[in-house]
Design a protein around this ligand. Structure first.
Ligand code: EPU
Length: 417
């Protein structure tokens, strides 16, 4: 079993480049199905989730070619609209394929992607969106079939803001007859990025990045070249890493405009940050305990909650961390307590962090992607040796993380034990 071995308590220095955004790549790959032409997506991160998505696309008949960090997808030979259930179960984001397959073939059958450690992750809002566009849903328990002879544009009011539901309905509506309006849409930067890609292919989408998105259906989409936006969660995690280890590091190839709330909260907590057009430099800072509440974009992202919590263990004062989006996303704090942190769970959505505490190396298991990155940061702050198991969860979303962290002086290696 491969694990990470970390020797902590060392200052870091140098430059770390941010990769392309995982949560943009996965949706644009799914959207490639909508066309019959070959698309080229550049700045693709080489991560396990992307490998899983390309495996599913290939199993449906797409031809996938890699050239360094460019992925070429030729969807013209896709004839199946029933993705293999074993492949689907390996990747929750496979739900993103439902809409494009439905729009292209008028029918899709796939396994339910299931819940995960961070929460129940239901799919009810996807289904009610497809229904509003005229689809019929057949629930077979473990799997479902969605059918529609011709999808029709509709007014869809989302009772809850959801990133993947917004993206899914936006993609599906591109080939529907008439106009679709999504009200109470999510506004994460990956959504205007997906709209930009689709509009480049001939879609007619306006309002992406605002709470109301309008999509006028077209008969077909073309394809082209598209460069992925930088991963804002990776960039934010590296900022927390620099601050938590008291290091001067330059986080380059990022878009600080996608992290405005996070950077403002950090600055208000005492972080000394130099922010350029496409970089952020962390400097030695004296932070104080700060309360946060996760929120849909442009609020504080749930995906940065765990790295921020680790930072607060290295900060004087008390911080209340309120996770409002997912019901299971704070349980990793137990692991931080075994390392020496003083974190009290008030309820599944809220913890209080009493800082500053010394952390000590431990053997830990990564529970999920973002908590896994938080454990790496904790290990790099801790005295002694930390071993992190279940690193597949981390490699789902962070490209070549060991070499990139080593380049800025981190003592981390992959071991086989
Ligand atoms: N929800 C429903 N019904 C649905 C769909 C969602 O009730 O049909 C609920 C969820 O249970 C949750 C809330 O809506 O309570 C909001 O979740 P959302 O649907 O926005 O999350 P998501 O779209 O499944 C994406 C990212 C997550 C990120 C969240 C929030 C992707 C592939 N995933 O998930 O990223 O945490 O938005 O920003 O884009 C990650 O990268 O590690 C990750 C988990």
């Amino acid at each position: 079993m491969e694990k990470y071995k970390i020797s902590g308590s060392h200052q870091l220095s140098g430059e770390i480049k941010v990769a392309g955004a995982k949560n943009s790549a996965l949706k644009i790959l799914a959207a490639s199905i909508l066309s019959n032409e070959t698309c080229q997506i550049t700045n693709i991160p080489k991560i396990e989730d992307i490998k899983r998505m390309t495996e599913i696309l290939e199993s449906l008949g797409a031809k996938i070619t890699w050239h360094d960090s460019t992925l070429e997808i030729n969807p013209s030979k896709i004839t199946k609209s029933t993705p293999d259930s074993d492949l689907v179960k390996k990747l929750r984001s496979s739900i993103m394929l439902a809409g494009p397959l439905l729009a292209k073939f008028g029918e899709v059958t796939m396994s339910h992607p299931g819940g995960c450690i961070i929460g129940k992750r239901p799919v009810d809002l996807f289904m009610s969106g497809f229904k509003a566009m005229g689809a019929e849903i057949l629930d077979h328990g473990e799997s479902f079939t969605i059918k529609a002879k011709k999808l029709k544009g509709a007014k869809i009011v989302l009772p809850k803001i959801s990133v993947t539901v917004t993206e899914s309905l936006m993609m599906t509506a591109c080939l529907a007859e008439g106009t679709t309006t999504i009200i109470n849409a999510a506004m994460e930067p990956e959504i205007p990025a997906l709209a930009d890609y689709l509009n480049k292919c001939g879609a007619k989408i306006t309002g992406a990045g605002t709470p109301q998105i309008t999509i006028t259906g077209v008969d077909k989409l073309s394809a082209g070249t598209y460069e992925l936006i930088p991963d804002r969660i990776e960039a934010g995690s590296f900022v927390m890493l620099g601050l938590a280890t008291n290091s001067k590091i330059k986080i380059s190839n990022c878009n600080p405009a996608h992290l405005e709330t996070v950077l403002t909260i950090l600055k208000n907590s005492g972080a000394d940050l130099e922010i350029g057009p496409d970089y952020i430099i962390t400097k030695t800072s004296h932070l104080h305990g700060t309360d946060i509440q996760t929120h849909e974009y442009p609020g504080f992202p749930t995906d940065l909650q765990a790295p921020f919590t680790v930072l607060m263990t290295q900060t004087n004062g008390r911080s209340l961390i309120h996770e409002t989006i997912f019901e299971g996303r704070l349980f990793y704090t137990d692991k931080l307590n075994t390392m020496g942190a003083d974190i009290i769970m008030c309820d599944p959505h809220r913890v209080i962090v009493n800082g500053k505490t010394k952390l000590y190396g431990k053997k830990l298991e990564s529970p999920d992607l973002r908590a896994g990155m938080a454990l790496i940061i904790a290990g790099l702050c801790a005295q002694g040796e930390t071993i992190i198991d279940n690193i597949y969860q981390i490699e789902r979303g962070y490209e070549d993380i060991v070499s990139r962290l080593k380049n800025i002086g981190a003592q981390i290696e992959k071991i086989n034990e």
